[in-house]
Design a protein around this ligand. Structure first.
Ligand SMILES: [Zn+2]
Length: 319
């Protein structure tokens, strides 16, 4: 379907929207801050962002796509679980339908990003593309044979919660040792804090960046230090890359993808993460030497992938 569609990306502290053309171009954007917002306030922010974009558009958008960091049931009607947002069993879709009166797609933000990379980005032409978004946690999406795969209950591709370390770090999902506890921005920060506590001398340069307060070591701080050449920070980033590669090897055992696209904030570190990931993948791929493995590539659409994908999905599903 031609015409523009609105894509909306709901993060932990903001709602960002864009008016997106059929070829994936973002014509204009709007955003609202939602720190600590209740579901009702977040819903209000979505409606405000859509109204702002629609008012500035030449014609009424063909629909609205909304991606959020939650687990949705297959229809998008209900948020089953959101580790990082204050939503449980919220009927977001029904409420938004009533207020927006436009065709609506509601789903997981990494699913939307996977679809955007498949349609317009790093996974174009792939038979089986997997998306791995590295941010606070790990998100995932699957595009197979030209279709986004959401699973029987809507929650396929949540591989941030594959157990990679028996009895490992506690995760917001209720289990221990999940992949996202070892390969994400949070993992980067946690490992840095652990080292700062156990051997402050080794972490001296890192601690200097946060006035000696280990609790202030975030993934961003470690990433900046790594980019500035700090040896320990570079080692920690490489470790995240190794865990990433190990997880991709496990995903390859199950799904045999032709391409794995790495997106999310941590992927901005580029080869510092992807290099070690490919190296570990080569050593850990089941049946290595006797089978091809997937290409591991950086996402190309950046932070707007989620809203571009959500806009395209509502167009695809209502077209
Ligand atoms: Zn988990």
């Amino acid at each position: 379907m031609e015409g523009t569609a609105v894509g909306v990306d709901i993060g932990g502290t903001k709602v960002a929207g864009g008016l997106v053309t059929a070829d994936g171009t973002v014509l204009s954007t709007a955003r609202r801050s939602t720190p600590g917002a209740s579901p009702a306030e977040t819903e209000g922010a979505i409606v405000a962002v859509v109204a702002e974009l629609t008012a500035a558009a030449d014609e009424l958008p063909v629909g609205v796509g909304v991606g959020a960091a939650g687990w949705f049931d297959r229809s998008g009607d209900t948020i089953l679980f959101s580790p990082h947002l204050a939503w449980r069993n919220t009927s977001l879709r029904r409420d938004l339908m009533r207020r927006l009166r436009l065709p609506l797609w509601v789903g997981n933000d990494a699913d939307a990003a996977a679809w955007a990379e498949y349609r317009f980005g790093a996974a174009r032409g792939a038979e089986l593309a997997l998306m791995v978004t590295l941010g606070t946690g790990i998100g995932g999406g699957i595009v197979l044979g030209g279709r986004l795969q959401r699973g029987a209950h809507g929650v396929a591709g949540e591989w941030g919660h594959m157990r990679v370390v028996p009895d490992g770090r506690l995760c917001a999902c209720g289990n221990r040792g999940c992949w996202e506890q070892y390969a994400s921005g949070t993992a980067l920060a946690q490992t840095a804090r652990e080292i700062a506590h156990s051997s402050p001398a080794a972490a001296a340069a890192l601690l200097e960046r946060v006035s000696g307060r280990a609790a202030d070591l975030t993934g961003e701080v470690v990433a900046q230090a790594a980019e500035a050449g700090d040896a320990l920070a570079r080692e920690l980033v490489a470790e995240v890359g190794h865990w990433l590669g190990q997880g991709i090897a496990d995903l390859s055992a199950v799904l045999d993808p032709d391409v794995v696209v790495i997106g999310g904030g941590v992927s901005a570190l580029g080869e510092a993460v992807l290099g070690p990931a490919r190296e570990r993948l080569q050593r850990a791929l089941p049946g290595r030497g006797f089978r091809p493995g997937p290409q591991v590539v950086a996402a190309v659409l950046g932070p707007q992938a989620g809203l571009v994908g959500a806009a395209d999905l509502v167009r695809a599903e209502s077209g």
